[in-house]
Design a protein around this ligand. Structure first.
Ligand SMILES: *[C@@H]1O[C@H](CO)[C@@H](O)[C@H](O)[C@H]1NC(C)=O
Ligand SMILES: *[C@@H]1O[C@H](CO)[C@@H](O)[C@H](O)[C@H]1NC(C)=O
Ligand SMILES: *[C@@H]1O[C@H](CO)[C@@H](O)[C@H](O)[C@H]1NC(C)=O
Ligand SMILES: *[C@@H]1O[C@H](CO)[C@@H](O)[C@H](O)[C@H]1NC(C)=O
Length: 470
C-alpha cells in the first residue's frame, strides 16, 4: 500500500509539477476600516503633543498586561541553505533598532542551516491614550511609527533580521485600537535532519518574544482566526505542508517572557533528485546487466561495460556531494548510490567468475591434451598414421574420436604421431567438460534473473523504509 501511494506521489510529482506553479497565491479579507480624513497628521500631531503622550510607557501601565495580538502573512520563503552568519553575530532588534545592541545580545546559533522568510508582521493592541474619536483611521508610515509606543518584538532564533523601515504602517482607529504592520526579512536558524534526504521533512521555527516587556507587562497572543497566512506555499525545493502555532515561556535573569512560536513543516520536492540521481542510477544498474546477455568469452567487452557503469555511478556519487547539503552522516540518497555501486560492482565480479569457470574448462582441456601428447602410444588409441600432413580421425575403444596429425621429425628422421583432442567428440566425451560448461552457463543464466530480482527487492526495501515512519 505504502509503495503504491509512493509511486502515485512520484507520478503526480513528475507529471503535475509544471502545472502546479500558477494557482498558488492566497488572499486575505480586508477587515480594517480605512476611511481617510484630510487633516490626519495635523490631528495626530496635536494629539501626541497635547496629551503629553509618553511613548516609553506602555498603554494601561500598572493595569493588566497589554494584550498584543500577532499575526503574520508570509510573502515568500527563500530556500533553506547553509548559514554563513558568524556565531558572534549581534542580533539586530526590531524595537528600537539601536537601543539594545549595546547590551551585546548575541545570537546563540552559529553555523548551521537557515531559512529566509519575508513576512508582513502584524501586531494589534489597544492604546486608550490615542483614542481620537474621529470616524476614520489615522495613519503613520515609515519612521513616524516610532512616535508611539510599540511592542518591542524580536525573533529569538533569527541569524539575521531586517525591518524595512520605509515599509511600516500604523493605523489608529477611533477607539484607540492600533494596527501595526511591518515588512520584515528574517533569516532564521533551522536544525535539519537529513537522514532521509531527499525524502525528508523539515521543521523550522520562528520564535517571537518581547525584549523589554515580561509576561506581567505584556501578553503576546496569536490572533484567533488565521494567525498565519502563507501567500506562496512553494519554494524551489520545498513545499510547505503544515503550519502550527504555539506558545512557550522562557525565563531569563531579567524575568519571564512569553514566546510565540510558529512551526513550518517543509517537504522536499523530489522531482529534481529523481531525474538527476535515481533514474540515472536505475538505468546504470540495468545497463550493467546487459553483460549477462553478451558472449561469455568476450570478457573484454563485458568488463568494459561493467567498468563504464561503475565509473558513471562514481561520477553520480561525486556530483551528488557537490549539489547536496554536506553532513557528517550518510543520507538516504547516499545509501541508494552506494547500493547501486555494489550492484554494478557485483555484476563485474560475476562476469569475471563466469569467465573463470569457462577458462578452467579450457585449461583442463589443454592439460588433457598435453597428457595425450605425452603418451601417444596409448593402448586405447589406435593410430592410423598416414603419410603426408593430412589430419586423420581415429576412434578409440571407448568411442572417443581424436584428431591425429602427422608430424615429421627432421633431425631424427623419424616420424611420430601425435594425438590432439579436438572437438570432434561423440556422446561420451562430453560428460566431464560439459559439466564445467554448464556451471558457467548456469551461473550466467542465474545472474540474468537474480540481479534484477535483487535490485527490485533492494528498491522495495529502500522505498518502503523511507516512506514509512514520519
Ligand atoms: C480637519 O479639517 C476639517 C475640515 O476639513 C475641520 O473641520 C476640522 O476641524 C479639522 N480638524 C482638526 C483636528 O484640525
Ligand atoms: C487596564 O487595566 C485595568 C486593570 O487591570 C483593566 O481593568 C482595564 O480593562 C485595562 N484597560 C485596557 C484598555 O486594557
Ligand atoms: C485580540 O484578540 C482577542 C481574541 O480574539 C480579542 O478579543 C481582542 O479584541 C483582540 N485585541 C485587539 C486589540 O484586536
Ligand atoms: C507560561 O506561564 C504562565 C504563567 O505562569 C502559565 O499560565 C502558562 O501556562 C505557561 N505556559 C506554558 C506554555 O508553559
Amino acid at each position: 500500500m505504502g509503495l503504491m501511494r509512493l509511486l502515485t506521489r512520484w507520478l503526480v510529482l513528475l507529471l503535475l509539477q509544471p502545472v502546479k506553479i500558477t494557482n498558488s497565491e492566497a488572499a486575505e479579507n480586508p477587515s480594517i476600516k480605512r476611511t481617510e480624513v484630510a487633516n490626519a497628521s495635523e490631528i495626530l500631531d496635536r494629539y501626541l503633543r497635547k496629551k503629553c503622550y509618553d511613548k516609553r510607557t506602555r498603554p494601561n501601565v500598572t493595569g493588566s498586561p497589554e494584550v498584543v495580538n500577532v499575526s503574520m502573512a508570509i510573502k515568500a520563503f527563500s530556500n533553506i541553505k547553509e548559514s554563513n552568519m558568524a556565531s558572534a553575530h549581534v542580533l539586530r532588534l526590531l524595537w528600537p533598532a539601536s537601543r539594545l545592541t549595546c547590551l551585546g545580545y548575541r545570537s546563540r546559533i552559529g553555523r548551521g542551516k537557515e531559512f529566509q522568510v519575508f513576512v508582513y508582521l502584524r501586531q494589534q493592541w489597544v492604546d486608550r491614550r490615542l483614542a481620537h474619536g474621529i470616524d476614520a483611521s489615522l495613519a503613520l508610515g515609515g519612521t513616524d511609527v516610532n512616535r508611539i509606543w510599540l511592542p518591542d518584538a524580536y525573533f529569538t532564533n533569527a541569524n539575521d533580521y531586517e525591518v524595512f523601515t520605509s515599509n511600516q504602517l500604523v493605523l489608529i482607529d477611533s477607539q484607540g485600537r492600533i494596527f501595526y504592520f511591518a515588512f520584515v526579512r528574517i533569516a532564521a536558524a533551522c536544525q535539519m535532519d537529513l537522514v532521509k534526504f531527499p525524502l525528508d521533512v523539515q521543521r523550522c521555527q520562528l520564535t517571537l518574544e518581547s525584549f523589554r516587556h515580561t509576561m506581567e507587562e505584556m501578553d503576546f497572543r496569536w490572533k484567533e482566526d488565521e494567525p498565519i497566512t502563507i501567500f506562496n506555499k512553494e519554494l524551489a525545493e520545498f513545499d510547505v505542508t503544515t503550519v502550527k502555532v504555539d506558545y512557550k515561556n522562557s525565563s531569563y535573569v531579567s524575568g519571564n517572557y512569553k514566546n510565540l512560536i510558529v512551526t513550518f513543516t517543509f517537504r522536499r520536492r523530489m522531482g529534481f533528485y529523481i531525474i538527476q540521481f535515481y533514474i540515472p542510477c536505475i538505468v546504470m544498474v540495468s545497463l550493467s546487466w546487459i553483460s549477462f546477455w553478451m558472449d561469455r568469452y568476450y570478457i573484454g567487452e563485458r568488463l568494459s561495460l561493467g567498468i563504464t557503469t561503475i565509473l558513471t555511478i562514481v561520477f553520480l556519487l561525486g556530483s551528488s556531494n557537490s549539489t547536496m547539503p554536506r553532513v557528517s552522516y550518510a543520507k538516504a540518497i547516499d545509501w541508494y548510490l552506494l547500493g547501486s555501486f555494489i550492484f554494478v560492482f557485483s555484476t563485474l565480479v560475476s562476469d569475471l567468475l563466469i569467465y573463470r569457470l569457462r577458462s578452467k574448462e579450457v585449461s583442463a582441456e589443454k592439460r588433457k591434451q598435453k597428457e595425450e601428447e605425452g603418451k601417444p602410444q596409448n593402448a586405447n588409441i589406435i593410430f592410423q598414421c598416414k603419410h603426408g600432413f593430412k589430419p586423420n580421425y581415429v576412434a578409440d575403444e571407448n568411442g572417443h574420436v581424436h584428431l591425429v596429425t602427422y608430424q615429421e621429425n627432421k633431425e631424427e628422421g623419424t616420424s611420430r604421431c601425435s594425438a590432439r583432442v579436438r572437438t570432434c567428440c561423440t556422446a561420451c566425451s562430453k560428460s566431464t567438460e560439459s559439466a564445467r560448461t554448464d556451471l558457467s552457463v548456469l551461473t550466467n543464466r542465474c545472474c540474468r534473473y537474480m540481479f534484477p530480482a535483487c535490485f527490485a527487492i533492494f528498491n522495495l526495501i529502500y522505498w518502503l523504509a523511507l516512506s514509512t515512519g514520519s
